[in-house]
Write a protein that binds this ligand. Structure first.
Ligand code: CO
Ligand code: CO
Ligand code: CO
Length: 329
């Protein structure tokens, strides 16, 4: 959905839940972050989120696994662990039973990998298949990672390459290289669990996951909520093979322009960046990586921790004083 429209329709709802009437609600509509957080006691808070979407790939099992990894990602973006998951299913009545079984198995096996339990769900008939999860996680109330807290001087780290939105769009148009698709599917299926557990060992100041609002949309939220400006360096941004090529061929999904319309006022680019390069950074991601702000003195420890377990990461920019985002060459 158009992020600007979403913000507009949600605004009147915020007034119904004034924070002072919900003192245990650490993160809700009025703060808004990757997921809601509710404090149970001094040691425990519950994280709640849900996500579902229409198929992004042809293979039913892979679709289920990607949708589940994507739905659980917001728990990891908040620094939590996955505990319970419920299936959200809308399937055409004529969809073969084997396909439904494969989608659900793909999702359930991801929940197992996350260390959580799948405990139920809800199913309706629908012409276009939709699948995802409602997820409950737990976290210590003092250890919540939010989009607020990034400080001038912090480094910005990204834990997955960008570009799955370009490759899944090329796939829908029947022009995608199968090797590019396989790499994109592999990336989307990776849980953000390990990246989140590593980041939590650092003095991390802010964290979010990169999904539908793209690097620049989700980055703009960190900038706004932290009261800082993010500076990304284009040549340091990691892309999946094929993404830049498809951008050159103008294979953008509709979401790229929606995000650009919504966020362009908060973002400036170096004159040398082409229209395609700019639009690439507005392109929606599915089950993307974590974007985190960490102080520069944590870099040696970050490098050691991430390399020890082979976790992908890239240092993609810095946090500065100011507002919005600037992208340099
Ligand atoms: Co998120
Ligand atoms: Co989400
Ligand atoms: Co600090």
């Amino acid at each position: 959905m158009d992020p600007a429209v979403l913000a507009q329709v949600l605004r009147p709802l915020k007034g119904l839940f004034p924070p002072e009437q919900y003192p245990e609600l650490l993160v809700g509509l009025s703060v808004s972050d990757d997921a809601a957080v509710y404090k149970i006691n001094e040691d425990t808070a519950v994280i709640q989120t849900l996500d579902f979407f229409t198929p992004v790939v042809d293979d039913s099992y892979q679709y289920g696994a990607i949708a589940a990894a994507n739905a659980m990602s917001d728990i990891y973006a908040m620094g939590g662990r996955v505990v319970l998951a419920l299936n959200i299913c809308a399937f055409p009545p004529q969809l073969p039973q084997k396909m439904i079984a494969d989608i659900l198995r793909g999702g359930a096996e991801k929940v197992v990998e996350a260390g959580g339990a799948l405990v139920g769900g809800h199913t309706i008939d629908d012409n276009e298949p939709k699948y995802g999860l409602s997820v409950m996680g737990l976290i210590h109330p003092d250890r919540i990672l939010t989009k607020a807290g990034a400080e001038s001087g912090d480094l910005l780290i990204l834990t997955k390459p960008l570009g799955v939105g370009m490759i899944t769009t090329a796939l829908k148009r029947g022009i995608a290289d199968p090797a590019y698709v396989a790499a994109a599917v592999h990336s989307m299926k990776i849980l953000n669990r390990q990246a989140s557990e590593l980041i939590r060992q650092l003095d991390v100041h802010a964290c979010t996951d990169i999904t539908g609002f793209a690097l620049l949309g989700h980055g703009a939220e960190i900038a706004e909520k932290s009261g800082v400006r993010l500076r990304f360096t284009f040549e340091k941004l990691p892309f999946l093979e094929g993404a830049v090529e498809y951008a050159g061929d103008n294979v953008f999904p509709g979401g790229s322009c929606k995000n650009q319309r919504c966020y362009h006022e908060q973002i400036t680019f170096d004159a040398g960046l082409s229209e395609e390069q700019q639009l690439l950074l507005f392109t929606p991601e599915t089950s993307g990586g974590l974007l985190a702000a960490v102080p520069p003195d944590e870099l040696p420890r970050l490098t050691r921790l991430f390399k020890a377990v082979g976790q992908f990461y890239a240092i993609v920019g810095v946090v500065e004083e100011g507002t919005g985002i600037h992208v340099t060459l």
